[in-house]
Design a protein around this ligand. Structure first.
Ligand SMILES: CC(C)(COP(=O)(O)OP(=O)(O)OC[C@H]1O[C@@H](n2cnc3c(N)ncnc32)[C@H](O)[C@@H]1OP(=O)(O)O)[C@@H](O)C(=O)NCCC(=O)NCCS
Length: 160
């Protein structure tokens, strides 16, 4: 087995937009955000975007929209070469921790109906399916998922 390079998470900044867009267009071939959309998100209040970095290279990213007591996972993606090695879980954990700090008790997300890998990840974190948006992604359905954090809201509870 090769050496495992540690992955660290940190807030996304403007210098990350290029590498993040490269991942975005590769990983969402049918419905990638434009660079303008990403920059607009970063400029919005109530957002928290993080990147995962390995050996100085951006290998994943995720974004939270916070409007306590509700929040949304806006996006999440990991370099395909690292799929299955826990980076997606680390990113989602970071968003959920930040959400709790911001008093969010109800986290929503939309995921493509034809994306079982991501759905499995979200289900593992306690998200449950609450609805379907017909044809939301260029004709493909979106499944809306919700995670209720019963213990959250105060920001003082210990992380699970
Ligand atoms: C979805 C995605 C972010 C997951 O990232 P990842 O780094 O592979 O995630 P992890 O390694 O933490 O794995 C998390 C879970 O994914 C699922 N998973 C991982 N590898 C898998 C595989 N080979 N087959 C099926 N499911 C798998 C498992 O449920 C896993 O949990 P487990 O390790 O407890 O079994 C990544 O596949 C990705 O970027 N996909 C393309 C973009 C995308 O779909 N983003 C989500 C949009 S809503």
């Amino acid at each position: 087995m090769g050496e495992v390079t540690p992955v660290r998470l940190r807030p996304m900044n403007l210098a990350d937009v290029g590498p993040v867009m490269a991942l975005e267009t590769a990983l969402f071939p049918e419905d990638a955000w434009s660079q303008y959309a990403l920059l607009s998100e970063l400029a919005e209040p109530g957002r928290h975007y993080v990147v995962a970095e390995s050996d100085g290279e951006v290998v994943g990213y995720a974004g939270l929209r916070a409007a306590a007591p509700e929040g949304d996972v806006q996006t999440m993606a990991v370099d395909e070469r690292l799929w299955g090695s826990g980076v997606g879980s680390a990113l989602l954990t970071a968003l959920l921790e930040e959400a709790r700090r911001r008093g969010i008790t109800r986290m929503f997300l939309d995921v493509r109906a034809d994306n079982p890998r991501a759905q499995k990840l979200y289900t593992g974190f306690g998200f449950v399916r609450v609805g379907v948006r017909d044809g939301y992604y260029n004709g493909t359905d979106a499944i809306t998922m919700l995670r209720v954090d019963e213990a959250g809201g105060s920001g003082h509870k210990e992380d699970r």
